[in-house]
Design a protein around this ligand. Structure first.
Ligand code: CA2
Length: 149
């Protein structure tokens, strides 16, 4: 059984740690990727990590995960609140999906309270900072079970 986990990041998350640290913290996306790879090795998960500012690229990575990856971790960033296209792509993926929101979107503007992605997610991690990615990987390891070699 596949232990590939595709970790997807939406628009502007390339700026993580470089602006608005009071909302998103001081870790950069490279720090987040390094921690996902470190924890992935511990949990015997093969991490594929991507970020894009383009909706179609995120959709293509979701399609590429079908029948190949065990799970998807996704922070769609602003596309969370707008993208039926990403929801439709995720609906065609068979495995578990964990949505991560770095900030507590429910404490923020009303337009951030709606997530199209939550409708298809197995779990949602909100407001735990960049630690949310590690929590998501641990949840996936629980859902897919241990590596029996
Ligand atoms: O809290 C989250 O994870 C968000 O997905 C982040 C998005 C925002 O649009 C969502 O409502 C909630 C924004 C990502 C942009 O990240 C930046 C990081 C540093 C500086 C500027 C933007």
């Amino acid at each position: 059984m596949s232990r590939i986990v595709v970790v997807l990041n939406g628009p502007n998350l390339n700026l993580l740690g470089k602006r608005e640290p009071e909302i998103y913290g001081r870790e950069t996306l490279a720090d987040v990727e390094a921690e996902c790879r470190r924890l992935g090795a511990e949990l015997k998960l093969a991490i594929e990590f991507h970020q894009s500012n383009r909706e179609y690229e995120i959709i293509d990575w979701i399609h590429g995960a079908r029948e190949r990856a065990a799970a998807i971790v996704i922070n769609p960033a602003a596309f969370t609140h707008t993208s039926v296209a990403i929801l439709d792509a995720l609906n065609a993926f068979g495995g578990p999906i964990i949505e991560v929101q770095i900030s507590n979107v429910h404490k923020r503007e009303a337009f951030r309270h709606l997530s199209f992605v939550s409708a298809v997610a197995s779990g949602v991690i909100v407001g735990c900072g960049t630690e949310g990615y590690a929590l998501a990987l641990r949840r996936i390891a629980t859902l897919i079970g241990e590596d029996k070699g």
